[in-house]
Ligand binder design. Structure first.
Ligand code: NZQ
Ligand code: ZN
Length: 401
């Protein structure tokens, strides 16, 4: 096995009624003033926000609630939330929502504890993580991003249209309250975006730089494949019925495990598909999961020859394809087709026009590829390292009707 480090400090409370533990968890951290962050209206409409705030107040905690976090969360709201957190003297940031609210909470937890720092210029762009950070707690309402246990947060600068992530163990939430029933109200599109994102967090780890030294991380690979099979099967059910507790709970737990690094231990993260997708979200404000399925097929086709055996293994172990009489490349191609058809069966886009952004011009494709290299400052990925021309070729391949 290859060496690795694994750190998952988040206390997970999973199951019906988990959100009722918010007050007890806050008090266990020694907190008494909670900034509650939420999104557009789902938490208001379902009554969850009211229930949580009154529960916290009953437990003797002071609360200040701030809503309005949008998908692909904006920096401008982060600044406003930092201002309000400081004014309220918050000592805990509680996110009620999904990746967008949680990532906002993570940024606020840094900004509110360090008023002298500009969270974008001094922290996000410089990758500088200060010592002092407020604790973050989560009540999860959508299974997708995995931010409830991940070390990552992704923000969009609404002035420059740049979408950038920050990774640090320090911003992993202190607790995550996960009640699958809270996801029953999700629209089908958000359920299926979540399924894609959960799969992609494992796939972006599964495709490791090929090595021929005979060293393998079999537990990691088997966990990854088991998770993918489980998500594929339960994703089908959840897309039909978001009130199926069994399916929604499997997705919820898979979402956390897929992005806390468990399914990639000992490997090198690739995450090219995420980088390609982030530029699409930054430029066209498309949903994260949709941005990933729209480019995965083209990424995979461009990268198949880097390690056909890996794609063939995906076909056999995850999609149950019969390898008999086929070359690794042929089986790999079938695995790519099976993944594409699965996304299609969920009505997820598998090309750029299917994102609803039309067929892009050559100029737009070049702009996307250029931005994806951070204006010429980086190459992307590890499985196959992609330069600007490679990224452009992938965007071009995905740009068909
Ligand atoms: O705003 P409201 O009204 O709450 O509606 C939200 C939003 O429109 C809705 N929703 C959430 N829970 C609901 C619900 N609607 C009905 N019932 C519920 N129970 O779902 C929509 C999407 O919410 P969002 O939080 O944006 O979804 P998701 O969890 O997919 O997060 C996406 C964001 O996370 C980032 C993405 O880039 C994107 O910005 N990611 C964060 C990661 C991380 N921090 O580790 C990793 C990921 O790869 C990803 O990049
Ligand atoms: Zn993702």
């Amino acid at each position: 096995m290859r060496s690795f480090e694994f750190y998952t400090p988040t206390r997970v409370i999973f199951g019906r009624g988990a959100e009722e533990q918010a007050g007890a968890q806050a008090k266990a951290l020694g907190c008494s003033r909670v900034l509650v962050l939420y999104g557009g209206h789902s938490a208001v409409k379902s009554g969850l926000l009211d229930r949580v705030v009154s529960g916290l107040e009953r437990d003797g905690l002071a609360c200040h609630a701030l809503g309005g976090v949008q998908p692909n969360p904006r920096l401008s709201l982060v600044y406003e939330a930092i201002r309000q957190a400081i004014e309220f003297q918050a000592d805990l940031i509680l996110a009620i929502g999904g990746g967008s609210v949680i990532d906002t909470a993570k940024a606020v937890s840094i900004g509110a504890a360090n008023p002298d720092l500009d969270v974008w210029k001094d922290v996000w762009l410089k990758k500088f993580v200060p010592e002092k950070i407020l604790p973050v707690g989560v009540i999860l309402t959508i299974s997708a991003a995995g931010s409830e246990t991940s070390d990552s947060a992704v923000l969009t600068n609404d002035e420059t249209h740049e979408k950038r992530g920050l990774n640090t163990d320090r911003q992993r939430p202190k607790f995550a309250l996960m009640n699958p029933e809270l996801t029953f109200t999700l629209p089908r599109f958000q359920v299926t975006c979540g399924v894609v994102d959960i799969m992609m967090h494992t796939l972006d780890r599964y495709f490791n730089p090929p090595k021929d030294d005979g060293v393998a991380n079999n537990v990691t690979d088997e966990l990854a494949e088991g998770l993918l099979r489980t998500v594929i099967a339960n994703g089908r059910v959840a897309a039909r019925d978001s009130h199926d507790y069994q399916a929604m709970s499997e997705l919820m737990w898979a979402g956390s495990l897929s992005h806390n690094n468990l399914t990639g231990l000992g490997g090198v993260k690739d995450f090219s598909v995420h980088q390609l997708g982030h530029e699409l979200s930054a430029m066209f404000d498309v949903a994260h999961g949709a941005s990933l399925s729209a480019v995965w097929d083209s990424w995979a086709t461009c990268c198949l020859d880097t390690d056909p055996a890996r794609f063939a293994r995906l076909g056999e172990k995850v999609w149950g394809l019969n390898p008999e009489g086929k070359s690794e490349r042929e089986l790999g191609l079938e695995a790519i087709a099976a993944t594409r058809e699965y996304f299609r069966s969920l009505d997820m886009p598998v090309t750029l026009p299917e994102l609803g952004i039309g067929v892009l011009t050559e100029e737009q494709l070049e702009e996307l590829a250029w931005r994806c290299t951070f204006y010429g400052k980086r190459k992307v990925g590890a499985f196959r390292v992609l330069d600007r021309d490679d990224l452009l070729a992938i965007y071009r391949m995905a740009n068909h009707t």
